[in-house]
Design a protein around this ligand. Sequence first.
Ligand code: TYD
Length: 424
Amino acid sequence: MSEKWVFFDLDGTLTQSEEGIWNCAKYAAERMGFPTPDAGTLRKFIGPPLVWSFQELMGMTEAQAYEAQEIYRERYIVKGKYENKVYPGVRAMMRALRSRGVHMGIVTGKPEQATRDILEYFGLMKFVERISCTKDSRAEKEHLIRAVMPDAPAEIWMVGDRKFDMEGGVRVGAHTVGVTYGYGSPEELRASGAEFLAEDAWRVAEIICPGVEKPRGAFLSMEGLDGSGKSTQMEKLTETLEKFGFEVVHSREPGGTPIGEKIREILLSRENMEMTEVTEALLYAAGRAQHVREKIRPAIAAGQVLLCDRFLDSSVAYQGGGRQLGVDQVLAINAPAVEETLPLLTVYLDLDHRTSLKRRSEASQLDRMEVEKEEFHARVEEGYHELIRRNPERYVVVDARGDREVIAEQIGKAVLGKLLEEEE
Ligand code: TYD
């Protein structure tokens, strides 16, 4: 069987680079003394060669267009290229193609250094064997593809979002997939020879390798004392992961499923002050058993990153430590609920129990757990610290009293590091 090679356009196909491209085009136009291009004009900048765009869309002379391109690139190199995000499903698609032994390359009108920097930054370089970039801004896709096509007979695919990609692919005799989530319309893609259309990046993998399976996703949890800022950090981490093309879903414990949410009401209601410690631990575990099966495992199987506000560690800290049931008893109660389903990584927002208490007392409605006295929360804090001492490699520990942007950056870096490592 001959080898399969897939060549991808970059902008509009793997990465959504509009923000950077628009900011740089605006900057160049303004520096050249031209009026600021409107949104419609800016949209047309994505895809065609820059010099062509400055001439055709902004009425520059050829000499002005080359000068504008220089100014554009000055800003692009330092800032613009990172004002960028990976489309949802791209990582899963590239992982799946790699698992089927498909060779991948990039064919782009971008300069080579910027292309490499972007692929490196987003951790996509590991999927790519060949890169073909413009040396002069008028190079056609056909020539760019020919420059990296294998010599031996092979099955060649060109995947892109604009007519330039489809036309280039057709001219070299490749199969063509037009992606409709980028900057070209389905009509444009069809008219320029697209053999297949893909409405999302994952579909590309299914077109090229029918029946291919989605790579598994990941399970992450977020832990900390009440008031440690978990919700804020969940949002920020999600933004970061989505920028890298991960598909993120949220959940929480207690809760996460309709049954789990009913159990949550029982657990947190202040009507239930007479609940015994063991009842409490069993109820948290019961909700978890449902959650693991109904939501967490299916999400992982579907390739998603499931980010959970609290999981098993909360039981170890609150019931094991706070209620003094002990770590072993709590783990035993939870064993049939979780089986082998444990987080790949757990973010712990480290906040001492006194600060936590202060933040909590500022909240309006305290639940059944939050009204517990200070010693209880001191034991919870110690429970978490004990867990972290036992398996430090699973935790990302951050000081929850710091600046939330700084905390978000620390968490983002650590979690991305782990998720990208998992893709190797
Ligand atoms: P929640 O409203 O989620 O608290 P927060 O917003 O502060 O995270 O309520 C969950 C409460 O339940 C919280 O006080 C911790 C406690 N809890 C346990 O005691 N054991 C557990 O296993 C879980 C998941 C939570």
